[in-house]
Design a protein. Structure first.
Length: 98
């Protein structure tokens, strides 16, 4: 099976860093590092092999392009696929209202 190349857009890197900082404050640095490792592991495993198995994101329709989503815990990894390149655009966390 051919592998796809995965690229993180700078906005996605910023999203990960922001979530990591939030995780450090909320769960502690050790648990935030575990989250980042798990996120990268899931992205590498799923998006290098089968990115087209992920569903289209709701944003696709309004943007007019095929944006797909990978759900990782409470986060959505939003990405596009062009030939053998996957570009991760954003990592979005779900808002928890208490």
């Amino acid at each position: 099976m051919k592998k796809h190349k995965v690229i993180l857009h700078p906005d996605a890197e910023l999203d990960i860093n922001s979530s990591f900082e939030w995780g450090c404050r909320t769960w502690g640095r050790k648990n935030a590092k575990v989250w980042v490792r798990e996120l990268h592991h899931t992205i590498r495993n799923q998006l290098t092999l089968m990115p087209l198995s992920c569903s289209l994101a709701p944003e696709s329709k309004e943007l007019g392009i095929s944006v797909r989503q990978l759900i990782v815990g409470r986060y959505r990894v939003l990405f596009t696929v062009e030939k053998r390149t996957v570009t991760i655009l954003h990592i979005r966390g779900s808002a928890i209202i208490e």
